[in-house]
Structure formats: structure tokens, C-alpha cells
Ligand binder design. Structure first.
Ligand SMILES: Cc1cc2nc3c(=O)[nH]c(=O)nc-3n(C[C@H](O)[C@H](O)[C@H](O)COP(=O)(O)O)c2cc1C
Length: 221
């Protein structure tokens, strides 16, 4: 797939076909993603790739945590001003596509829970780093590698949704992934073949005008 096309067509996929993804395909996606930039070539990322029964068990544990209103292990940062507007903007687009009314609590809850179930994707990739690493200094690379996962996946017809919901409750991850206690989760990526008929998959999120986020220096001299 051509680079510009992949960048322009990538979008978060929140509905998947009930079709497994071969381990070999996921391996190819991750091998490509490992080419991501990292400071001093430290490559601080690690991947836990999950499917089948294990994924179902983690999803079930997440839902249990949501229903019990458990204390989250990770919370999205608070947003204000234009950042909040953008967050609300994409939520409005998604609710409209899914025909969810503002006051429809049960449907909103159902929608919220889908993220904790990895959107029922056939596989998920948890991105984490070793506990010995400084989280603030190494978090940047969690982003570089994750972005490449989302693009590399497209080469194989796969869709993705990066999600903090995947790591908001970590009881299931800790129980079923058998990682060292010190491992720090950075994000999850739901991955699978996109369901072309799932309404939310048609949403194309907006972007700020380049002029609003860019200052040019030395060009007009
Ligand atoms: C770090 C990170 C965490 C995210 N967490 C979630 C999430 O928990 N649930 C969700 O539905 N989308 C999540 N997203 C997807 C964003 O909502 C999405 O990337 C954004 O709205 C832009 O839309 P696009 O990916 O379709 O371009 C996350 C994305 C990133 C980068």
C-alpha cells in the first residue's frame, strides 16, 4: 500500500469480522513496526499478543471491573479548552454513527463496554515496557511503535484501534499474561479484519488546521 494512502486512510476500527488473524500475519506487522524510531535505538517496547480464550478472559475481567466500578489502574488525562472540544467532537461523530442518543444511558454503557472488550476483535496487542525503564522518558517510543503497528496492519488488510481502555483495568492483564509485576503497560491495540458494515468504522475524525498548530521561522526572509 502506498504510504500517503495508508496515512490518509488509517482510522480507528471499532467493529471487526469474526475471523481469526494468523500468528504469522501479526508477526509480520510487528516486525515492520520494530523499525520505529527510538532514542539511541533503545527500542524500549515489548509486545504481548493475545487471542482466543486468553483474550476472552481478559475482556471478561475488564467488564467485571467496570461493573464493580473498580479503582482504575490508568486514567486518561483531563482535557480542557480546544483539547476537550476535539475529544467531544469525535465522541459526537461516533454516537451519531452508532445512533446513540445523549440521554440513552444503557446504549452509552454498552458502547463504553465494547472498548473494554477490545471491540470484540479477534486479537489484541498490549504494548508495555520493562519496569526498570523510566516511564516518562520512554513513553515517546511506545507511541512511535504503536503508530507503525496501525499502519503496518493495513498492509495485510487489518484494522486497529489503539486503546487506553485496554489498560485502564489491569487485573485481567496481570492475571492472564504472566508478565513480571514491574511491567508497565502503555496502551493496547485491538486488531482484526474490519467489519465494513459496522457504522462507527465509517467515522473519519477531524484534524486541526495546520496553520493553528504550526509556526514557521525563517521562510519569509
Ligand atoms: C493513546 C491512545 C488511546 C486511545 N484510547 C482509546 C480508547 O480507549 N477507546 C477508543 O475508542 N479509542 C481510543 N483511541 C482512539 C482515538 O479515539 C482515535 O485515535 C482518535 O479519535 C482519532 O481518530 P482516528 O484514529 O480514527 O483517526 C486512543 C488513541 C490513542 C492514540
Amino acid at each position: 500500500m502506498e504510504l500517503t494512502q495508508a496515512i490518509m486512510e488509517r482510522k480507528s476500527i471499532r467493529g471487526y469480522l469474526d475471523k481469526p488473524v494468523e500468528k504469522e500475519t501479526l508477526e509480520k506487522v510487528l516486525k515492520l513496526s520494530q523499525r520505529a524510531v527510538s532514542a539511541l535505538n533503545t527500542q524500549p517496547w515489548k509486545f504481548a499478543v493475545v487471542t482466543g480464550d486468553v483474550l476472552k478472559k481478559i475482556a471478561a475481567e475488564n467488564i467485571a471491573c467496570v461493573e464493580q466500578e473498580a479503582e482504575p489502574d490508568y486514567l486518561d488525562p483531563e482535557t480542557k479548552g480546544v483539547y476537550r472540544e476535539r475529544r467531544v467532537g469525535v465522541a459526537i461523530q461516533l454516537f451519531k454513527a452508532m445512533d446513540i442518543a445523549r440521554e440513552d444511558r444503557p446504549k452509552r454503557n454498552w458502547w463504553g463496554q465494547r472498548g473494554f472488550r477490545f471491540f470484540d476483535a479477534p486479537a489484541a496487542i498490549l504494548i508495555y515496557m520493562d519496569g526498570e525503564l523510566d516511564e516518562t522518558k520512554n513513553r515517546f517510543e511506545m507511541g512511535t511503535v504503536t503508530q507503525l503497528i496501525t499502519l503496518a496492519a493495513m498492509e495485510y488488510g487489518l484494522g486497529t484501534c489503539v486503546e487506553n481502555q485496554a489498560i485502564m483495568y489491569q487485573k485481567g492483564l496481570r492475571e492472564y499474561l504472566d508478565l513480571p509485576e514491574t511491567a508497565r503497560f502503555a496502551a493496547g491495540v485491538a486488531i482484526g479484519y474490519p467489519d465494513p458494515d459496522f457504522p462507527a468504522n465509517s467515522v473519519v475524525s477531524e484534524r486541526a488546521d495546520l496553520a493553528d498548530v504550526t509556526t514557521w521561522y525563517g521562510f519569509d526572509e
